[in-house]
Design a protein around this ligand. Structure first.
Ligand code: SAH
Length: 244
């Protein structure tokens, strides 16, 4: 399989340069000291937060923009039946290989979330889309597709980075330039999304907001923690699709 990015037909909501960035470092997905270290470190926190709202055992779960499968595998090991989708082939190859090593069952597919929404509406009990909305041209379209993919009564979990001066300072100046937690150019400030923007896109697609929770980083102790009252930089939002 080539490492070149070939967006499948129907995948228009894609920024090829963004995908290429992830493709080029795909070999590092499972290196906990790599540029993916922050995702490894926050993984137990976000998993616990998701499970506190929607227990995963026995549930059909979709992970949108799954990358190498860090959250995808963790949800599968909690007993969920998980499908992971991404448009970066190289990342999915890494995810497939790692799955063999861990022995968990995950169904990985290279398909746009909008295309899957046409194919499988209301198929999933829970849909997660973490740290991906800030990399796509039309995040509202992704949120709409997630809303279509979840069953009535099911949950959607989204995460991204807030857009304000503090977020610029922490997520770009701090993380990319001072602490070098992420490669320079990982994030573009104008793609960051305010919780109100996510919530209004979600409401337009009939998702009901449940909870918002921040994730904060302490550079002195080098630890992350859940911060239910602080969505000023990194944050997650939980939604529920009402019963029809
Ligand atoms: N959700 C994972 C990975 C986040 S990194 C986690 O939180 O651990 C962002 C991921 O979004 C990358 O894997 C990248 O390939 C993917 N991505 C970017 N644009 C995409 C698009 N248009 N469709 C699907 N995946 C996309």
């Amino acid at each position: 399989m080539s490492d070149t990015v070939h967006s499948p037909p129907g995948a228009t909501n894609v920024d090829a340069a963004e995908l290429e960035k992830f493709q080029s470092i795909a070999a590092n997905w499972w290196d906990p000291e790599s540029e993916f270290a922050p995702l490894h470190r926050i993984n137990p926190l976000r998993l616990a937060w998701i499970e506190g709202i929607a227990p995963l055992a026995g549930q059909r779960v979709l992970d949108v923009g799954c990358g190498g499968g860090i959250l995808t595998e963790a949800m599968a090991s909690r007993g969920a039946q998980v499908t992971g989708i991404d448009l970066a082939q190289a990342s999915l190859q890494v995810a497939e290989l790692h799955k063999l090593e861990s022995g968990v069952a995950v169904d990985y597919r290279c398909i746009a979330v909008e295309a899957l929404a046409e194919e499988a509406p209301a198929r999933f009990d829970t849909v997660t889309c973490m740290e991906m909305l800030e990399h796509v041209p039309d995040p509202a379209s992704v949120i709409g597709a997630c809303a279509t993919l979840v069953r009535p009564g099911g949950h959607v979990f989204l995460s991204t980075i807030n857009r304000n001066p503090k977020a610029f300072l922490h997520a770009i100046v701090g993380a990319e330039y001072l602490l070098r937690l992420l490669p320079r150019g990982t994030h573009h400030f104008d793609r960051f999304l305010k919780p109100s923007e996510i919530a209004s896109a979600a409401r337009r697609h009939r998702l009901e907001p449940l909870e918002t929770c921040g994730i904060t980083y302490n550079p002195l102790t080098r630890t992350y923690r859940l911060a239910p009252d602080d969505a000023s930089v990194n944050y997650m939002m939980a939604f529920r699709r009402p019963m029809d």
